[in-house]
Design a protein. Structure first.
Length: 129
C-alpha cells in the first residue's frame, strides 16, 4: 500500500512540476519573439514558427519601414492540456516614410512542440502596412 501511495505521489508531483516549466518556457518564447520583432531581427522570426514561413524580400522591406513603439498583450487563453495558447497583442508601430503611428491587433496561436521541447508560432507574422 505504501508503495502504491508513493508511486501516485511521484506521478502527481511530476505533473505539477511540468506545468510551471511549460509556462516558463512559453514566457521565454514570447519574450524572444517580441524582441526579434521589435528590434528588426526578421531572420530570427523564422525560428519561432511552425511553418517556417519564408522571409522574402518584400516582407523584409516592409519590416524595415517600421519601428515598433509598443507591444502589449491584451489577452491570453491557455488550453487545459497546456499545448496551445491564443494571444491577442496590440502593436503600435511607426511608418518611417510617413512618420505616422499605426495600431495593429495581432491574434497569435502558439503550440507546444514536444519533439523540440518548446513553443512555436502556428499563426502568420503580423501584416504591417
Amino acid at each position: 500500500m505504501k508503495l502504491l501511495f508513493l508511486a501516485v505521489f511521484f506521478v502527481l508531483a511530476q505533473g505539477c512540476t511540468s506545468t510551471p516549466d511549460r509556462l516558463h518556457s512559453l514566457d521565454i518564447s514570447l519574450i524572444g519573439y517580441e524582441k526579434a520583432l521589435r528590434w528588426g531581427h526578421e531572420d530570427s522570426l523564422v525560428g519561432f514558427m511552425v511553418s517556417k514561413q519564408a522571409i522574402d524580400a518584400e516582407l523584409i522591406r516592409r519590416y524595415n519601414q517600421i519601428d515598433i513603439g509598443g507591444y502589449n498583450t491584451l489577452g491570453r487563453t491557455i488550453s487545459e492540456d497546456l499545448n496551445r495558447v491564443e494571444l491577442t497583442v496590440a502593436i503600435d508601430y511607426i511608418d518611417k516614410d510617413s512618420m505616422r503611428v499605426h495600431n495593429l491587433v495581432d491574434r497569435q496561436v502558439w503550440i507546444y512542440d514536444d519533439e523540440v521541447g518548446r513553443w512555436l508560432l502556428a499563426s502568420t507574422l503580423p501584416a504591417f502596412m
